[in-house]
Write a new protein. Structure first.
Length: 346
């Protein structure tokens, strides 16, 4: 990070706790909406969807939606801590449903059997049920958006949903292609991950009464934060323990997903190293000990550390996005959340 940015954040904790505290009351109401809207006359739907929702996670996307609403509320004269408009809770629940739907579909595509240390829904109920319940959650999400009565946020989140799918499809096209340009990878993570962070942050600010400048700032903050989170997750797939990640370490390698560390190592690699990536990633010919060899190659080229440095650059952009929003408890909490996104790697 630049010296100015570091000076402004030296005393800033790298933690989600401040944001969790500020959004605690609003998240409780949002969780009520989630439970209400998971209801269905078909018992398998709340059972399967509830399994995923109950698995926990950081709930970053709905939290950012509520943080945006708190920002807008404050700027439009609302009393700090007063109840947010119901539209904010509807949107936050909608964002969580969109995210949950993509997870259900992703686990089917990736044939994953674990998520956050628990059996995936497709491992328990099968692929067909997981896909259909994912479709149900998408439909519920759009119902909630419509209930807000705000066409602008409907446009934001529906566009984000389309881009998420585009990102997933493009990621499939890059699978097994270690020579892929870094720009293609960045395009994938922007669409499949960062755009929902951005839309959640911006739409929350919009329904909270925020100005155009504040909504844009929250959009840019969410976009950079989402990229930082995804880059870190991809780097940690080669560096962290399974317990710390909530998925099996090395899943990306075994699935042939081409992420930043592999692209960087390919670019710097010898003919022998490139032959290794070609065999394991392009040809899916993976033998015992290959994952350990992949990690060794990445370490030789500092590819993991360089990827995490790229995530830190995204965090710097996220912090700069907040610079015009004043020095408040909320902006401080958002800064801490951004710093936390890369702290996970240390």
């Amino acid at each position: 990070m630049t010296s100015d940015t570091m000076t402004n954040t030296n005393s800033q904790p790298a933690s989600l706790d401040p944001l969790l505290v500020l959004t605690k009351q609003a998240m409780a109401r949002t969780n009520d909406v989630i439970i209400e809207r998971l209801g269905s006359d078909v018992p398998l739907i709340p059972q399967l969807a509830g399994h995923l929702v109950a698995a926990g996670g950081k709930r970053m996307r709905p939290m950012l939606c509520l943080a945006g609403a708190l920002l807008g509320q404050h700027s439009s004269g609302g009393a700090p801590g007063s109840d947010l408009p119901e539209a904010a809770h509807l949107l936050a629940a909608s964002v969580e449903f969109i995210h949950s739907a993509t997870l259900l579909h992703d686990d089917v595509i990736d044939m994953s059997d674990k998520r956050r240390g628990r059996d995936t829904a497709n491992a328990i109920w099968g692929n067909e049920a997981s896909v259909l319940v994912g479709d149900f959650l998408f439909a519920r999400a759009f119902q909630l958006m419509v209930l807000t009565g705000d066409i602008s946020v409907l446009d934001m989140l529906s566009s984000a949903s389309a881009r998420i799918t585009e990102g997933e499809i493009k990621q499939m096209s890059l699978a097994g292609e270690p020579a892929s340009p870094l720009e293609d990878y960045l395009d994938v993570i922007t669409n499949k991950t960062a755009i929902l962070f951005a839309a959640a942050s911006e739409s929350g600010c919009r329904v909270g009464g925020g100005t155009d400048a504040e909504c844009l700032a929250m959009h840019n903050y969410g976009l950079s934060l989402g990229r930082a989170f995804q880059i870190c997750d991809d780097a940690l797939d080669y560096a962290a323990t399974s317990d710390g990640m909530g998925k099996n370490t090395g899943d990306d390698f075994r699935d042939g997903k081409i992420t930043m560390p592999v692209i960087l190592a390919w670019g710097d690699g010898s003919a022998q190293e490139r032959a290794f990536w070609q065999r394991t990633q392009a040809e899916s010919d993976i033998n015992e000990g290959d994952f350990e060899e992949a990690v060794a190659i990445l370490n030789r080229h500092n590819a993991i550390e360089r990827s995490l440095a790229a995530a830190e650059q995204e965090v710097e952009l996220a912090l700069k996005s907040l610079s015009g929003l004043g020095d408040t408890a909320l902006t401080s909490a958002l800064m801490s959340a951004a710093l936390f996104s890369v702290k996970r790697s240390h």
